[in-house]
Design a protein around this ligand. Structure first.
Ligand code: KG4
Ligand code: ZN
Length: 352
């Protein structure tokens, strides 16, 4: 059995995990930074400074939980990109230091690949090929997963990521950050048919996503009559606000469903994987379960705490890379804030 140490600091979390090549998680720590709340989003400089401070302690606590030392590790995996430059650097520099100081193999992992590989922590042998939908604050990507090291891009967002839309709508109403979990909760008390927001289609027929129009539509509803959606003196929200949030969430989920359904019709796969922070959304999980039945393709969605940023998913992604013998040079490996995962696939399957 091999054991890997994994580090993830691409956005505002500081996460470390110890994962085996059988996808068992021996240690798992995520330090979140809720102090971005007042700013309505992540402040990059604050995130990197905080990660610099807390990473050593999170690392120690994770090893302690696993009951293992760095010497016992068979390799070190770290998120190399994409993400915030300063944040990525903190994790990458730490991982490189460990790799050199302890003479351990090192691999740099793509953050979105990590999200999709999180399913392997619960189901190591998800049947392949699979269609993978990665939905988070920074990504809305649909991949054809040919193999756990071969991701091909089917579609991506042309503007905002879906999680970003949740965060921006929450910010419009002053609900707090991150907006996703708050809207998820409040939408349960609203009528998803109260407002109708269309699912956009691309004029070139591609499966690409677009969420900025939906955010603008919500903003326009709010602008017409801001007082009607504001909380009362006791801080209670009017029913209309719950309805607006439920309708927004429904439209966001409908677009994800539309693209995924169309992709499943065009590309033969044996499984559907949904991952990333937004995959913890209850409405989306239910809807993907229904789509799975409709299409006769099994769906795998990690449990909610493995959907949001964590390091166990980075360890899970690293397994295939270590097993294939990949080794990154600890002196040369660099953070890549704009790293693109996989080759473009859409054009090839449309033409072929
Ligand atoms: O994967 P993640 O933790 O970080 C990124 O890689 O971006 O995703 C964070 C995003 C945020 O936009 C957050 O609002 C959203 O995921 N999110 C949710 C829910 N939980 C987190 N969106 C909708 N419903 C949720 N329950
Ligand atoms: Zn993420």
């Amino acid at each position: 059995m091999s054991v890997y140490l994994a580090i993830e600091t691409s956005c505002d979390e500081t996460a470390v995990a110890v994962v085996t090549d059988a996808f068992r998680v021996l240690g798992h720590r995520v330090a979140s930074q809720m102090e971005h709340g007042p700013y309505g989003g992540v402040v990059p400089e604050l995130a990197a400074r905080r990660q610099l401070e807390v990473l050593p302690a999170v690392f120690e606590a994770t090893l302690q939980e696993a009951g293992l030392s760095v010497e016992a590790m068979d390799g070190i995996a770290v998120t190399r990109g994409p993400g915030l430059a300063g944040s990525l650097l903190v994790g990458v520099a730490f991982a490189k230091g460990l790799a050199v100081a302890y003479d351990k193999p090192l691999v740099g992992i793509h953050h979105v690949e990590g999200h999709l590989c999180a399913v392997r922590l619960e189901t190591p042998d998800v049947p392949l090929p699979a269609l993978g939908l990665a939905v988070s604050g920074g990504h809305t990507h649909l991949y054809y997963i040919a193999d756990w090291r071969d991701f091909r891009l089917v579609a991506r967002t042309r503007d905002d990521a879906v999680g970003e839309a949740f965060d921006k709508v929450a910010k419009l109403l002053g609900l707090g950050y991150p907006g996703g979990p708050i809207i998820d909760r409040m939408a349960e008390s609203g009528d998803p048919r109260a407002f109708s927001f269309p699912v956009p289609q691309m004029s070139d027929g591609s499966l690409d996503f677009s969420f900025s129009g939906l955010k603008t539509n919500v903003m326009n509803v709010l602008k017409r009559d801001p007082r009607a959606f504001a909380p009362d003196a006791e801080g209670r929200w009017p029913q209309r606000t719950y309805d607006l949030l439920a309708s927004f969430q429904q439209a966001a989920v409908d677009q994800l469903l539309d693209r995924t359904r169309r992709a499943l019709r065009m590309i033969p796969v044996r499984a559907l994987v949904v991952a990333g922070g937004v995959a913890s959304n209850r409405q989306l999980r239910r809807a993907m379960g229904d789509l799975s039945e409709e299409m006769g393709v099994p769906v795998y969605i990690p449990r909610p705490d493995l959907c949001t940023d964590n390091a166990a998913m980075i360890g899970a992604a690293a397994v295939a890379h270590f097993q294939a013998g990949q080794r990154d040079d600890p002196l040369r490996m660099d953070a890549d804030p704009a790293w693109e995962l996989g080759t473009a696939f859409w054009m090839s399957f449309r033409q072929g």
